[in-house]
Design a protein around this ligand. Sequence first.
Ligand code: M6R
Length: 371
Amino acid sequence: NKGKYDHYMQKEIHEQPESLTTTMRGRLIRGGSCKAKTVLLGGLKDHIKTIRRSRRIVFIGCGTSYNAALAARPIIEELSGVPVTMEIASDLVDRQGPIYREDTAVFVSQSGETADTLLALEYALENGALCVGITNTVGSAIARNTHCGIHINAGCEIGVASTKAYTSQIVVMAMLALAIGDDAISSQARREAIIDGLFDLPNKVREALKLDQEMKDLAKLLIAEQSLLVFGRGYNFATALEGALKVKEVSLMHSEGILAGEMKHGPLALVDENLPIIVIATRDACFSKQQSVIQQLHARKGRLIVMCSKGDAASVCPGESCRVIEVPQVEDCLQPVVNIIPLQLLAYHLTVLRGHNVDQPRNLAKSVTTQ
Ligand code: M6R
């Protein structure tokens, strides 16, 4: 039931404040005045120590689920100190890449039925790794065949383009980082700030959803473009990949997510006054580097759309021709959850304006159960 919405994708974008609340329900403990704030992930409780002691954490997924893991990677590395590597499921299987008994392999899948991810799971089980599932579907093949796991509880997702599952996956993996990270005094303030940030995240997402009309206006400007680049780095490299994936899969416009640090190693050659480029430059440790990327793109007459934290428009925009998307600022590791919202809205509006099928994009299926 689409309720008051025209499409499932639109409904699922707008219900994210609620789906995120459900994802966190019962899992975040704020504690009393002297009790620490903690995270409870029931499905992992017998395995947390093994995960903490593993030699490596390998994230495995496809499409949006892979991007969600990429967004969570830095915070898992920071809080756990365990090296994290990323694998696209099909590529791991193609290479028969190394997976060891000392590894924790985390399988991320909305449906829990993706063929490539399932084959990678079979492979990791054969190699003796501890296998953890992060899925949205209770009783799915990945939920059944992993040793333990976490359900994201985002509610049924019908649109082929994954939206609310993406943000819930990131939140679950941020909670995973808190659960496996040690409780060292040195990281206590950071951990508590993240937990407070998680509590407030649905409100910040609600605020970001108010960009709907602005994103529709931007979509009108971009409707006839051939291509759209999205530059991000750090926590928001994943946002760049995911924003571009959304745009290409539903609006059928070519779009590419680019790691901003790679700009001078090829992509800069594409820049001219016609190609629209979104640069994600919200506040985090990479902010000044992104400011310099903006300056360099501007010097080459790039057609810039800058996503920045609220209040930063004047300081990030190099000239009058630059458009801005201002988003609410949250704890750096949670910023990808907020930053993807305007890009989901942009992809949605572009698709409607271009007259394409929003919920059933050409040639795609919700669950890819064949190789
Ligand atoms: O169900 P899964 O999360 O395993 O699906 C993985 C991809 O097929 C999926 O995320 C796909 O990329 C989406 N259509 C993207 O919106």
